[in-house]
Design a protein around this ligand. Structure first.
Ligand code: NAP
Length: 526
């Protein structure tokens, strides 16, 4: 018999039993497979039998009954005997699955007795979930599992604080090692893949909140995110995994873009956020963990701030293209599965910028040769752009608030064929350029009234003005440029371009650009 599909359980954390019962109906409407009634969240620690009956009888879906003590992250503050008694009493009225902590087994006699009686809802035998929680670190998972396997439970559950996303992969190891059906979750933002990919690794269940703010543990996604953003129902054992490495990473639009793209072309793939703390050591720790587990099907990574340099160092200069090497940053990694060349690195930022420009101008990269380009800014985005402009032999002038940074960039990338000069920002008014590119954050949300160009700057017909800022879509700079008759290029095009390139590098398929563009525009217009 094939193993049962991983259940999606919504924990109910309302303090009022009537509100909890209402939330039960909402969870079913949101396609939850089951709910977890968290008795420890009830404001009254001594609910009457009538209250428990009204809460649990005739439940519209399977119910997991839990009354978590504070030592294991719950809310129940009373005596341990009262907690066990409440759970056992509630289980007379409902509960298809009952949760008891490994540490409480020795004094959980009344609950163990009721666990042997059938579910009042279905008449079927109940599952006894024996759980362990560590909110500080990843404990010795094998040792805990060994104790659980020997105990009375029918399902093992371990939840622990994740130090990095590699802890999700340790959780998957434990899922595979468990003899009994199991739930193993890495908590916190870094552990999110353990929740999203629980179905791929055959977990008994995963947990998702009904809405943001209603989580019962750190890092829980909402059921809507799991079902719609991460395509929960489509994730299976063979699903290929992609993700974005960054810190922070919660705000990234990339999961929405790439998951929509996978759905549009019918690829069995999912894209997850991977929060990795700054530094080469946490970055390499994650790469080591996933490379040691090829069966986890991790196939591609986007890399964003602050890890692009770490990515280049890890992939190795021999396994990246020449421009990525010159820029000193890799924002895309392909995992090849080949032992002698496991990682390949790319920089899609420069190609995305250059192509957004030449596509709008209806020319080619080669046509940039000899064109006068004013680049505003000398940060990370400018670096990739200036390297490419010089490579394609444009005549580039960098204008930056901190002139030393402009000078550094010019010195690094200037060549006789593609000269780059450096200037102070206040010299911009005299700049004479056919192409103007803003790479500063001036004009970006929330300071949307700002414009990086002085009023005196001569914007004119025939010029091309490219603003890398993509939020807002229409910046003051673009509005001014259009009014002056210049051709305009929005940062959205570059943003979409780099995601399109990543998709194509990973999948060797044509990316559904329109779908990806629509996701970006929808997100930006919310
Ligand atoms: P960064 O490395 O922090 O560089 C920021 C640049 O903006 C620096 O040159 C900085 O000058 C300048 N700057 C900041 N505030 C300024 C101000 N008030 N007046 C004048 N100059 C100011 O950031 P980044 O990664 O290059 O990103 C820059 C912008 O590009 C952001 O808006 C980002 O969203 C956008 N971007 C867009 C895409 C896309 O796909 N469309 C991709 C990457 C980046 P100093 O050197 O003097 O500090």
């Amino acid at each position: 018999m094939p193993p049962a599909r991983t259940r999606l359980i919504v924990p109910l954390t309302q303090p009022d039993p009537a509100a909890m019962r209402l939330a039960m109906a909402q969870a079913v409407a949101a396609s939850a497979d089951a709910v977890e009634v968290r008795l420890d969240f009830l404001a009254d620690p001594h609910p009457s039998d009538d209250t428990l009956r009204a809460l649990l009888a005739d439940a519209p879906c399977p119910v997991l009954l839990t009354c978590r003590c504070q030592a294991e992250g719950g809310q129940f503050a009373g005596a341990e005997a009262d907690r066990i008694a409440l759970l056992a009493r509630a289980a007379r009225f409902g509960g298809d699955w009952l949760d008891i902590e490994l540490a409480a087994l020795d004094h959980a006699g009344p609950l163990l007795a009721v666990a042997r009686t059938p579910s009042p809802r279905t008449g079927a035998p109940r599952e006894l979930i024996v759980s362990a929680h560590d909110f500080q670190r990843r404990p010795d998972l094998a040792a805990i599992l060994a104790r659980m396997e020997a105990g009375p439970g029918t399902v093992n559950k371990i939840a622990f604080a994740a130090a990095g996303p590699e802890d999700a992969w340790h959780a998957f190891d434990a899922l595979r090692a468990s003899q009994k059906p199991a739930i193993v979750l890495a908590m916190g933002e870094a552990g999110l893949p353990s929740r999203i990919l629980a179905g791929k690794f055959g977990a008994f269940a995963t947990f998702a909140s009904l809405a943001a703010g209603a989580e019962s543990a750190p890092g829980q996604p909402t059921i809507d995110q799991l079902r719609r953003l991460y395509r929960w129902a489509d994730i299976g054992p063979d699903t290929r995994v992609y993700g974005v490495i960054g810190c922070p990473v919660g705000h990234s639009m990339s999961p929405a873009i790439h998951n929509a793209a996978f759905a549009a072309v019918g690829l069995d793939a999912v894209y997850v956020p991977l929060r990795i703390e700054p530094g080469a050591e946490p970055f390499n720790r994650f790469l080591d963990a996933v490379l040691a587990r090829p069966a986890s099907h991790l196939a591609g990574l986007s890399v964003t701030i602050p890890h692009k340099e770490n990515a280049l160092a890890r992939v190795g200069p021999d396994h990246v293209d020449a421009l990525s090497r010159a820029i000193g940053a890799v924002n895309t990694i392909r995992l090849t599965g080949e032992p002698d060349r496991p990682l390949e690195g790319f920089n899609t930022d420069y190609a995305a910028a250059i192509d957004a420009l030449v596509e709008a101008m209806d020319t080619t990269r080669e046509d940039l040769a000899g064109q006068r380009v004013a680049v505003l800014g000398a940060g990370g985005a400018a670096r990739a752009l200036v390297a490419a402009l010089s490579h394609y032999r444009a005549r580039t002038a960098i204008y930056n608030r901190t002139p030393e940074r402009a000078e550094q960039l010019a010195a690094e990338f200037s060549t006789p064929a593609g000269p780059v000069t450096a200037h102070a920002l206040n010299a911009l008014a005299e700049a004479d350029a056919e192409i103007v590119i803003n790479t500063t954050s001036v004009g970006m949300h929330p300071h949307t009234a700002a414009c990086p160009l002085p009023e005196t700057f001569d914007l004119r017909l025939g010029q091309t003005v490219f603003d890398m800022v993509y939020n807002p879509i229409e910046t003051v700079l673009l509005t001014r440029a259009r009014a002056a008759g210049a051709r305009t290029v929005s940062g959205v095009e570059m943003f979409v371009n780099q995601a399109v390139r990543q998709f194509e590098l990973w999948t060797h398929r044509q990316a559904p650009r329109d779908v990806m563009r629509r996701v970006v525009l929808d997100r930006l217009s919310c």
